[in-house]
Write a protein that binds this ligand. Structure first.
Ligand code: ADP
Ligand code: MG
Length: 380
């Protein structure tokens, strides 16, 4: 109800629509989305709720709980670069919807979030998808489950200017409770893979390292460019088209150690997603699942070079304390680590990671369990 309350206090009337969209954890498959590869996210119970009501003119006003600013924009601002800062995500959604021919009119909006910002749990996609859902509900627009993520991604890529792949928005819109979303980022095809850890006495512990993101946008764009260049050099449409069998031959044809390591990460990471899906389909075998997470972390650390000291420490301390495996989740350069734990041991593992951070002189992390939750939807 927080979004409705903040709507009432901002606009002096009640909202007509409330739409929720969750943050997500990517179980495995990092930096594979923009290589046309595979990802395996699940939605979190943490969400952003957008409360909204129509206004008669094509004018949009937005407030967000905890942000001391009310932003208004008009049709003249619906061009990339016109609205900046956090409200660019909102303007970007209005812009992307209207560019695609949907008749979205004016609205007042109020947002309330419990998705940590900038931690790699995708508050940006939760924001885009909650706003998109609320606006579409207000104006009677129905988007299918592949179009919604694409338009939200377009808002982030072309309006906000962050060159992210389709993972986050797909997760926020398409995930289902108790399932992970196995997504083929080339075809848009998805499978909802049962992911009921509690039934096996297991949980995923999220360790938010709170490490400040360093150079995140520039490094992300650089990795993406490295991959596109390598695919071109290999004569491939995307690195997705390279399989493990062809990897050694392809690496021998690439110039430079950096290009080789980037390609090796993407190819082995896609393979790890496929392995993980196979394991989940067969029932959960925690040792092997944990190994895949830890292998993914090593690949991000050594080959893709997107980790930082805090996330490396969180992952290694969790495993040393008894987690089956651990990896950074999200785009990198800070953010969160997930650790697969026996539920009975997760408090002990969280305490060990906390101690390791204090010993290393880092700010202690926040820890909380990740429960596979529902995707974006209207609230009553
Ligand atoms: P992540 O998606 O991993 O949380 P990003 O850098 O992609 O990190 O997106 C974070 C940005 O999204 C913030 O800097 C802000 O502009 C916007 N944002 C996220 N949550 C909110 C919110 N509740 N209110 C306003 N803006 C938000
Ligand atoms: Mg984001």
């Amino acid at each position: 109800m927080r979004a409705a309350e903040s709507f009432i206090s901002a606009y002096g009337r009640v909202p007509t629509v409330r739409w929720t969209a969750p943050g997500r954890v990517n179980l495995i498959g990092e930096h594979t989305d923009y290589n046309d590869g595979f990802v395996l996210p699940f939605a979190l119970p943490h969400d952003i709720v957008a409360a909204a009501a129509k206004v008669p003119n094509p004018v949009w006003t937005v407030v967000s709980e905890g942000v001391d600013e009310r932003v208004t924009f008009t049709v003249d601002d619906l061009e990339p670069g016109k609205v900046e800062g956090w409200a660019a995500y909102v303007a970007g959604v209005v812009w992307a919807l209207r560019e695609a021919g949907h008749e979205i009119g004016g609205a007042d909006l109020a947002l309330a979030s419990d998705v940590p910002v900038g931690s790699g749990l995708s508050s940006s996609a939760a924001l885009e998808c909650s706003v998109m859902g609320a606006l579409c509900e207000l104006y009677g627009v129905a988007l299918d489950e592949e179009t919604g993520p694409k338009l939200a991604q377009r808002a982030e890529n072309a309006y906000v200017g962050a060159p992210t792949g389709i993972l986050d928005q797909s997760a926020s819109i398409r995930c289902r409770e108790g399932h992970a979303l196995f997504l083929d980022c080339r075809t848009g095809e998805a499978e909802h893979v049962p992911f009921d850890l509690a039934a096996h006495g297991l949980s995923v512990l999220i360790i938010d390292t709170r490490a400040p993101h360093r150079h995140v946008d520039g490094e992300y764009a650089a990795r993406r460019a490295d991959c596109e260049k390598a695919a071109e050099a290999l004569g491939l449409r995307a690195l997705r088209d390279l399989t493990l069998d062809g990897l050694d031959g392809a690496l021998a044809r690439l110039d430079g150690d950096v290009a080789r390591r980037r390609v090796r990460h993407v190819v082995t990471e896609n393979q790890r997603v496929l392995h993980t899906v196979g394991l989940l389909r067969a029932g959960i075998e925690p040792h092997r699942l944990g190994e895949l997470l830890t292998e993914s972390h090593a690949s991000m650390r050594d080959d893709y070079e997107i980790t930082v000291g805090e996330v490396d420490l969180a992952a290694s301390a969790a495993v040393e304390a008894g987690a089956y495996g651990a990896r950074m989740t999200g785009g990198g350069f800070g953010g969160c680590v997930i650790a697969l734990c026996e539920t009975a041991r997760s408090a002990e593992i969280a305490a060990a990671v906390h101690k390791a951070f204090v010993d290393a002189g880092y700010t202690p992390p926040a820890t909380f369990p990740a429960v596979a939750s529902a995707g974006s939807r209207v609230l009553g």
